[in-house]
Write a protein that binds this ligand. Structure first.
Ligand code: GRF
Length: 219
């Protein structure tokens, strides 16, 4: 099977992008990053892409009259690079219905909480304020809502008594870096099947459920 052609959309530091690059280079992920798209010219993620000779493109909101015009330009770019799967990795813009329709069921996102708990922004703050004992991260398909699409993989991470936002975010981030490449690989291998909102993982479950000292990953 040919590697799946992905486009990664970023706005910031790009540690999830790096995890995807590393997984590809380690041959754990059969994917090819065709382009990294940023809405921030200074995003460190762009540096990471350039270091690995991955094409980059920057689109600035101020250059477009409305969200859909912006999204049309990004979609055109993704099509030019023959992208089959769009991976949002810290991309800080809501996609328009136009964009989502263009890549229906072919857009995924990583979110640093156990959805449907704590969607949106300031996620660790919300989790700490609520007093949850476990949080984690979620890879999900993107639909028109805010972090509402069908869930592909989650990892569960404990919240410790002396956590602040930074400590909790760091503990969760380690798992983001595991589950995002894994989710892409499941899609690349055609192992996901949808039953309504449920995403079923087919085939052998060699390493499932994953576990390390801090949490659980499923599938
Ligand atoms: C991650 O915490 C991700 O879950 C959220 O945005 C952050 C992006 O971090 N959607 P990075 O740019 O991948 O380092």
């Amino acid at each position: 099977m040919a590697p799946i052609k992905i486009g990664v959309l970023v706005s910031g530091r790009g540690s999830n992008l790096q995890a995807i690059i590393d997984a590809i280079e380690a041959r754990r992920l059969e994917a090819e990053i065709r382009v990294v798209v940023s809405d921030q010219a200074q995003a460190y993620a762009l540096e990471r892409a350039r270091k690995h000779q991955i094409p980059t493109a920057v689109f600035l909101a101020k250059d477009y009259a409305c969200r859909e015009d912006f999204d049309r330009a990004v979609v055109r770019c993704l099509r030019e690079h023959q992208v089959e799967l769009v991976c949002l990795a810290g991309f800080m813009r809501i996609l328009s219905p136009y964009f989502i329709a263009q890549f229906r069921d072919r857009i995924i996102n990583i979110h640093p909480a156990l959805l449907p708990a704590f969607p949106g922004l300031h996620v660790q703050k919300k989790a700490l304020e609520h007093g949850v004992k476990f949080s984690g991260c979620t890879v999900h398909f993107v639909d028109e809502g805010m972090d509402t699409g069908p869930i592909i993989i989650q990892a569960v991470v404990p919240v410790l008594d002396d956590d602040d936002e930074e400590k909790l975010a760091a503990r969760i981030l380690r798992f983001e870096h595991q589950i995002y490449p894994r989710a892409i690989q499941l899609i690349a291998k055609g192992r996901l099947r949808r039953e309504g909102r449920r995403v079923i993982c087919e085939g052998s479950r060699e390493e499932v459920p994953g576990r390390d000292e801090w949490g659980y990953v499923n599938p």
